[in-house]
Design a binder for this molecule. Sequence first.
Ligand SMILES: C[S@@+](CC[C@H](N)C(=O)[O-])C[C@H]1O[C@@H](n2cnc3c(N)ncnc32)[C@H](O)[C@@H]1O
Length: 358
Amino acid sequence: MEKKSSNTNLNKASKAKKDEFYTQLVDIEKELKHCKDQFRGKGVYCNCDDPFESNFFKYFATNFNALGLKKLIATSYKPSPIANTQLNLFGDITVLSTPKGRPKITANKFIINEVDDIDGDGAFDLRDIAEQLKANKNNEWAPLKGEGDFRSKESIELLKQADIVVTNPPFSLFREYVAQLMEHSKKFLILGNQNAIIYKEIFKFIKENKMWLGYDNGGTKWFQVPTDYNIPTESRIKTENGIKYFSMGSIVWFTNMDTTKRHEELTLYKKYSSEEYQKYDNYDAIEVPRFLDIPMDHDGVMGVPITFLDRYNPEQFEIVGSNRGIDQDSNKIYGRGSFLNGKETFKRLFIKNRMAKK
Ligand SMILES: C[S@@+](CC[C@H](N)C(=O)[O-])C[C@H]1O[C@@H](n2cnc3c(N)ncnc32)[C@H](O)[C@@H]1O
């Protein structure tokens, strides 16, 4: 029994360690450039973001006036192993030698209601913001009472003050994280692993069109990681100026903010033929291994790779199920693995073309 609980603790610790990777400003800018208009007059909360390390905080603080934000809130998480280090704009990471008024050891909250012009040296630096925060009674910078867990009462109180949550949350808590956003009816733009699409707790929101993908999905993204972060694949590691980076594939933006992309029609070229498209052994559906080969004239159910979601337009297609998550479907049709001639296929979304042209 004792052994089991120490194993569980070890497992939790190793999962928590894996959550420690930090988004680069360039990736935030690449995504946010598409949806700037939707931030005007809004309160943004970055709830897994130490203002001293998070580029999300940096992005919104720097662009506070340009985006027309009403409020920016960021809270850090105390157990974060780099909570006492400072990530500055120029990318070097240094252990803070003097606290200089900055609360240490505890988790912090920053609440910004007003940002005066950043000083004229052209460089944003947290010192500027800290100075402004201190000078401006409309802003607040204080330690949190607890650890800064996004599920804590004080974090939820801050969540209630915000309209949009934007961050890269801990992947190990992704299901709970999204459930909380949905429970509080918040708009969000968050990074996650593509595989989360078919987690049954996430898939239900995707199927109901309550959540979809943003713009800059797929490919690889580089994340800053602590130096002891374990990366088994050599080609996924790079070190620049003593900072370690990890490249991850299949990282996508999940959102419930409108995109122009999800209104674009996917152009289809192929016609259905029973020779070309195989039927599953155990589903009344055809297999389409590349979503670009979806036949334009097929009005039945089709199994497509989960990457289809990146091009999903809900006016053109309907998502009816997936081949994971056995209890996803009260009719018990979907949720089982899909087989072709006795061989199980990869993860699939089952879709129907609402505009099938015969
Ligand atoms: C994937 S990292 C991303 C950090 C930052 N948002 C960024 O994009 O650079 C996830 C962060 O969530 C923090 N975290 C882990 N569990 C948390 C929790 N329960 N509540 C709030 N933050 C948590 C971790 O310490 C980690 O810094």
